[in-house]
Design a binder for this molecule. Sequence first.
Ligand SMILES: [Zn+2]
Length: 476
Amino acid sequence: MPHSTHAAQDALKQARQSADWAGLRYSHETTRRHEVRNDRPEKNESTLDEGVMCEVLVDGHFAYAATADVSATGLKRAFERAIASSRTTSGHKAHSFSLSARPQAQGQYQSPYQKKLDDTTLTEITDCLLAASRAMQVCDLVVNRSASATTIQTRIDYFSSNGSDTCQSFDMVEIELAATAAQGLQAQSRSWSHTGQFGGEAFQCQTFAAQAQRIASEALELLAAPNCPSGRMDLILLPDQMMLQIHESIGHPLELDRILGDERNYAGWSFVKPADFGSLQYGSALMNITFDPTKSGSLASYAFDDGGNPARREFLIEKGVLKRGLGSLESQQRSGLAGVANFRSASWNRAPIDRMANINLEAGTSTLQALIGGVESGILMSTNRSWSIDDYRNKFQFGCERGQLIKDGQLTQVVRNPNYRGVTVDFWNQLGGVGREVSTYGTRFCGKGEPNQVIRVGHSSPACLFREVEVFGGQS
Ligand SMILES: [Zn+2]
């Protein structure tokens, strides 16, 4: 760490002479990206991002200034800008805040790992990706075989004038495999991903090769499959599509800053109203949704959010009833609603806002076999391919990579270009079965805020059954 705790404390002390409170968040992030395509390494790149966000509270108003100059002079200058900015803008503040929005936080966090990520060599990573790429070569019709790995190592140190002192270190890995089969005008793709907080143990060459071979074979199978039929039928979604369903139709609409109107100009509003908390039957009684940054190994696991609020697992929706929003201490104070520790920034040069972290659908009691067995006429869909949802996060239409019809409790014909559509609350109230085996997925690319902030989120879910959903085929 280039600036010592001592230098940080000095800068805070100095800032405190003109501010009611001062905070400093130092961030150091190394991202490495490796890509292999059709058995050839195409990219090995490394990015370093480092800087400090200085924050002050003056007359009930928070203001920020970021700097990549982490020297004592750099910190001093940033605090002066934050203080000046606060004085200029405090006359227009949306709310008068107190120190309670920045609780004292002390502690450490380290991502779980079995093998240090730093001990994994470029050769090991490349060999793994090459093995996956080669395993996809099941037929000449598989025209594109890609394998990529991204590793991200982040350290965030946070200090404040009211005694906060936290250090959090994150090791993240994302593996993505994709195979495209093509013939004539038809092309079909299948993909697989493995994303979370892991160490070098994430690089399992044999697992990658097995998954690679499976997706390539499935892409070929889809090429010869008929188009998905249209009609109302029961729908089973596997966890790699549930992830998106949760993200778009639960996560985003429950963000309190969105409900307060902050995001309306950019990413849209929400159909959820403040009065809905505590009473809205968001889904069937089988629906239990938690906010859980304490879940080990997910992409957005942490001990404290960027305002020093300690992470806790909370039910957002319990037995289908909406309980709590995705709102930080600031949004909780503005709205008077219960929230969570989700004040998160995408980088050192961004102010934290209300984000998802790990938003999970809790396990039910059914095996996947039992879910399928309970369907007379329906379809099972896996892996998201496309999505569209309105500004209010209400009406949506999602497409998946693969569909398989279900007849009298048995999986039958594989179909291509499967899609379904629905209206958020109606759809979740059609939830008729929840699997007992949970899988965890995540994305690095949840976008929000002006200026834009792209952040990492995790979603765990079992397979779920929805009754009588509108299903339709895409273009064949
Ligand atoms: Zn998002």
